[in-house]
Design a binder for this molecule. Structure first.
Ligand code: G1P
Ligand code: ZN
Length: 543
């Protein structure tokens, strides 16, 4: 079978966002769209000749077709082997682990994460490098340049590979190795956590619900929580991955994981609730009457990670994305370890993890993870919480109350204004930029501005510089608002407003977040003119 070069020309709109390329599924299905992007990646990494790659996705609509196309293109480009998850399924953290374990040259992950799936919804593709982590900014730029100059792509004519059968197969001269999706990932988890202690918790009657949201973590959660740790059947709900996630929005937050929130706030709730997203890298943690913000979850894990066997030596350092609350900074300071503030997106944690500067990372967007892979990891976070609960004998609400009493509480909320007209969103950000220099010293909604800038980052390991990463305005009393435009949306612009306030008074630790943050919310609106400029009275989503 010989490879042919199919002529093509650049397609507009192939610029990757915060996490790979995300577009409407129908865009990806259009002639040459997927092929152009895949060829651009293969060319940007220096060609596929002689390389071994990993391939898998979250099972959303078009995954199956896209995988067969990528296999034929990899073969045409001279790859020696592609390792594929059974039925095309690999969660994002499992794919990251597979790349590392197999010492592969990189891998393709097919997912649009927490965005809905289906023919009329979203699809995505990202490339992870040999360290298992998302393509760096430098590689992302090279891929973009290829998409803008592409003239042809390689393809061979070969039948589809049966991905339901584990074992070796071939496409042209290339080996395709189909591997079971869960086993290796589950084995990795067993090296990190005290499975006996967690199993003891369940054996003692501890109850839990894990909502897989009809997305990729279903098989992983059934295997780990029910089969290995002995949680009763029924602990995992919505555990069958579906191409359209059952019509839901597989985003683990109180809005979209409403079924789980209903269970946790209903009669006779379980002790612990958790959820993960489309591709299994995000997590939500909730106790009886206690939703834990992702920023708080990161801080709590930083404080207690040493209780899990894989982290018994303590943490080398921690990192959080800039909009994430400073709760983890306070734990790092108390423990005397470094805390890094990076731009939004997991790709910025890779160099810090590779260099051993940090061993725990997190984002306010429900992402937490460690050096075990180079992606955030939803089930990892859930197992970490279970390990901490087993080791301390405390409930989620007791753990959080103790944490706040020790470190103070960073009240936190994110307000999203979705599908705003792009011009209006850019106008708002431009106007803010123009105001920054004059803000310090002004008092707005009773809060005095102490600093105002646009965040830029110099990577301390590879020296790369990244600018334009969100506008941050700090107020006296450790309050802060951050404005950023999303880099993962597929429609118009999403304005994210991140609100934060540190409370040290023990008498004020139990307020609803929106109440505690009222002055910050009002200052944010006055500074940015959100209502006037977007025409929106209220945010679409508050998390
Ligand atoms: C969002 C989150 C960000 C996360 C990314 C990928 O990006 O805010 O923290 O890394 O999804 O899961 P955004 O849409 O804000 O660019
Ligand atoms: Zn995700």
């Amino acid at each position: 079978m010989t490879a042919t070069q199919i002529p093509t020309s650049p397609i507009a709109g192939q610029k990757a966002g915060t996490s790979g390329l995300r577009r409407k599924t129908r865009d990806f299905m259009a002639p040459h769209f997927l092929e152009n992007y895949v060829q651009s990646i293969l060319t940007a990494i220096g060609g596929a000749q002689g390389k071994r790659l990993v391939l898998g996705g979250d099972g959303r609509f078009f995954n199956d077709r896209a995988i067969q196309i990528i296999l034929r293109m990899a073969a045409a480009n001279g790859a020696t082997e592609v390792i594929v998850g059974q039925n095309g399924i690999l969660s994002t953290p499992a794919a990251s682990h597979m790349i590392r374990m197999q010492k592969a040259d990189g891998g393709f992950i097919l997912s649009a994460s927490h965005n809905p799936g289906g023919e009329d919804e979203d699809f995505g593709l990202k490339f992870n490098m040999a360290n298992g982590g998302p393509a760096t900014e430098a590689l992302t730029d090279k891929i973009l340049a290829q998409t803008q100059s592409i003239t042809s792509y390689g393809m061979i004519d070969a039948p589809d590979v049966d991905l339901s059968v584990c074992g070796p197969a071939t496409v042209g001269d290339m080996t395709v190795t189909v591997v079971e999706s869960v086993t290796d990932y589950a084995a990795l988890m067993e090296t990190l956590f005290d499975f006996d202690a967690i199993a003891g918790l369940f054996a003692g009657g501890f109850t839990m619900r894990f909502d897989a949201m009809h997305a990729v973590t279903g098989p992983y959660a059934h295997a780990l929580l029910e089969d290995r740790l002995g949680a009763p059947k029924g602990t995992v709900i919505n555990g069958t991955p579906l191409p359209d996630f059952g019509g839901g929005h597989p985003d683990p937050n109180p809005i979209w994981a409403h079924e789980l929130m209903g269970i946790m706030t209903g009669d006779n709730p379980p002790d612990f609730g958790a959820a993960s997203d489309g591709d299994g890298d995000r997590n939500m943690i909730v106790g009886r009457g206690a939703y834990v913000t992702p920023s708080d979850s990161l801080a709590l894990i930083a404080a207690h990670a040493h209780r899990a066997p894989g982290y018994g030596q303590g943490l080398a350092g921690v990192a959080r994305s800039m909009p994430t609350s400073a709760a983890v900074d306070r734990v790092a300071a108390a423990k005397g370890i470094d805390c890094y503030e990076t731009p939004t997106g997991w790709k910025f944690f890779g160099s810090l993890l590779d260099a051993g500067k940090v061993s725990l990372c997190g984002e306010e967007s429900a992402g937490t993870g460690s050096g075990h892979v180079r992606e955030k990891d939803g089930l990892w976070a859930v197992l970490m919480w279970l390990n901490i609960i087993a080791a301390t004998g405390k409930s989620v609400s007791e753990l959080m109350a103790d944490h706040w009493a020790t470190y103070g509480r960073n009240y936190y909320s994110r307000h999203d204004y979705e599908a705003v007209e792009t011009d209006k969103a850019n106008g708002l950000m431009d106007a803010l930029r123009g105001k920054l220099a004059g803000l310090p010293g002004q008092t707005i909604a009773g809060l005095t501005v102490t600093m105002a800038d646009e965040f830029a980052y110099d990577d301390p390991v590879d020296g790369s510089h990244t600018s334009g990463q969100g506008i941050r305005i700090g107020f006296e009393g450790d309050a802060r608002v951050v404005f950023r435009l999303s880099g993962t949306g597929t429609q118009g612009a999403t304005l994210r407003v991140y609100l934060e306030l540190l409370e040290l008074d023990p008498a004020k630790m139990d307020l609803p977040a929106e109440e505690a943050l009222a002055a910050v919310i009002s200052a944010a609106d006055q500074i940015a003119g959100i209502k006037e400029r977007t025409g929106r009275e209220t945010p679409d989503v508050k998390t």
